[in-house]
Design a protein. Structure first.
Ligand code: NAD
Length: 496
């Protein structure tokens, strides 16, 4: 007799300091991408539950904004310590629900922690400015105040790091937050909120709601939500940005990407091979800063092509929790199917498949969503692939006769999340930094991910809004400027 495995646990929400079960009538399965095992169920929370979360945040706001900044950051110091103590736990949870390797998962939590550290500087970062005697006896000052209830909506590919691009800044500046993680990877934030509970933040300051599109719509429509931070695909980013704006909300929406790297003949080819291989195939290519198109210039064509093909063939693919595995699966079977069909499309439009990762099966993990590293050579400029985000371990090679031609690839791109150059020529590097039309630039860097004290920039279809996530931009986004003009002492003032 076969023994049925226990039903996967239905996840609760965290609202007003309490874990509460959802009354949802629909759930989405959370599935380990390496094993196809169902590990949890995400409720598509009801409108009443979203309303309760926003109301809890709204009730917590008046007291929280009056809490001195110095006191608001104390729970963040505690959180940093807890996140560090539980780094390995996060590594396992992220790898299990997202598929990336244990070390990639821990690395993303390091970036999360970095954002907590930066937000601990809020008493300095949130300061305004002032000038005495703008007229005789009259002083003027600019102060920053929190907005109220803010919401963050995040994607599947960095379940731990991306929520922390927003949460620490939102609450340190005195706002209260409702967070909706991706329904495909909700376990990481469940664990993070269990740790947040231990920091003794007042009830309602941080709230976690699970679900998908309907929850996003409820947040976009709620009159008490003042601002929306979003990260995800371009069509959804555009939709969230325009709906938030139409509803009078502040919005910062990070979208998809198609990142280019240019390799000049004078580049250190061994460094370029290693770094570009990690950028294209790390996290199974599911990074918004992953290099997706490599443009070689002149003689770099042959040397780089041979080197990168070698690197792609030798990567060890498997379950991210197994020792020595360098690349995990992609998120869903549908994603694997889509990636494989895009490789076929590229082939059909004239590219040759130099390294073919389709139809991969990994021993012991035959049900996993594995696509091995793939390289398409000679993708024609007018191919549909040129502007399609594949979001898998696929690198397209294109060739240019000189740097002008290579820069034109970037100019034509609809996206502008990241662009990189590999060279040993300072003048070429300066030109690239100056002219490349993208928000994050790497010079001999494969994943130009900004540190937490720099904005996570993004241009064109990769970002909708004005103020980015992280650092000073985060503080600007989560605060409203108020200007005060003040007259007091009569003897210094104009006589009436
Ligand atoms: P996604 O757009 O499918 O989902 C993102 C979030 O939006 C999730 O919380 C999801 O529940 C919600 N959502 C999905 N469809 C929706 C809809 N129709 N209406 C309202 N809400 C909806 O993105 P994903 O697949 O989770 O993440 C991958 C994408 O995110 C890629 O395109 C990647 O490039 C992008 N990304 C961008 C950045 C960046 O910094 N620009 C960073 C990470 C990921």
């Amino acid at each position: 007799m076969s023994v049925a495995s226990p039903p996967a646990v239905k996840l609760p929400n965290f609202v007003n300091g309490q874990w509460t079960n959802s009354d949802a009538s629909e759930y989405r399965a959370v599935v380990n991408p390496a094993t196809a095992e169902q590990i949890a169920q995400t409720p598509l929370s009801t409108p009443a539950e979203i309303n309760a979360a926003v109301e809890a945040a709204a009730s917590a706001f008046p007291d929280w904004r009056r809490t001195p900044a110095e006191d608001r950051i104390q729970p963040l110091f505690k959180l940093k310590q807890l996140l560090e103590e539980h780094l390995d736990d996060f590594g396992r949870i992220i790898s299990r629900e997202n598929g990336k390797t244990f070390s990639e998962a821990k690395a993303e939590m390091r970036r999360a922690i970095e954002n907590v550290e930066v937000a601990c500087g809020i008493p300095t970062m949130m300061q305004g400015y002032n000038l005495e005697d703008v007229a005789r006896g009259i002083d003027e000052m600019m102060i920053r105040q929190p907005l109220g209830v803010v919401a963050a909506i995040t994607p599947f590919n960095f379940p731990g790091m991306i929520p922390f691009w927003f949460l620490p800044y939102a609450i340190a500046t005195g706002n209260t937050l409702v967070l909706k993680p991706s329904e495909r990877v909700p376990l990481t934030m469940k664990f993070a909120f269990e740790l947040l509970e231990k920091t003794r933040l007042p009830k309602g300051v941080v709230n976690l709601v699970n679900g998908g599109k309907s929850v996003v719509n409820a947040l976009l429509d709620h009159p008490k939500v003042r601002a929306i931070s979003f990260v995800g695909s371009t069509p959804v980013a555009k939709y969230v940005y325009s709906t938030a704006a139409a509803n009078g909300k502040r919005a910062q929406c990070q979208g998809g990407a198609k990142n280019h790297v240019i390799v000049l003949p004078d580049a250190d080819m061994e460094m370029a091979r290693q770094i570009i291989s990690d950028s294209a195939f790390g996290c199974a290519g599911q990074r918004c800063l992953a290099v997706s198109v490599a443009g070689t210039v002149g003689e770099a064509q042959k040397t780089f092509r041979d080197a990168i093909a070698d690197a792609a063939r030798n990567l060890r693919v498997g379950n991210g929790l197994d020792e020595g595995v360098q690349m995990g699966p992609v998120i869903t079977p549908q994603s694997k199917e889509r990636i494989e069909s895009l490789i076929g499309l590229g082939e059909g439009q004239g590219a040759s498949v130099l390294v073919d990762g389709r139809r991969s099966s990994i021993p012991r993990y035959e049900s996993g969503n594995f696509v091995k590293p793939t390289i398409l050579d000679g993708v024609p400029a007018d191919s549909e692939l040129t502007d399609t985000e594949i979001f898998g371990p696929v690198l397209s090679l294109v060739h240019a006769n000189d740097m002008d031609e290579a820069m034109a690839f970037l100019e034509r791109s609809a996206f502008g999340n990241q662009a990189s150059l590999f060279t040993s020529n300072g003048s070429a590097a300066r030109r690239f930094r100056y002219e490349a039309p993208a928000g994050n630039i790497g010079i001999n860097i494969g994943v130009a991910a900004p540190m937490a004290y720099f904005p996570f920039s993004g241009w064109k279809n990769s970002f909708f809004g004005d103020l980015h996530g992280q650092g000073r931009d985060g503080v600007e986004f989560y605060t409203e400027k108020k200007v005060v003009v003040e007259r007091w002492a009569k003897e210094h003032s104009r006589k009436f």
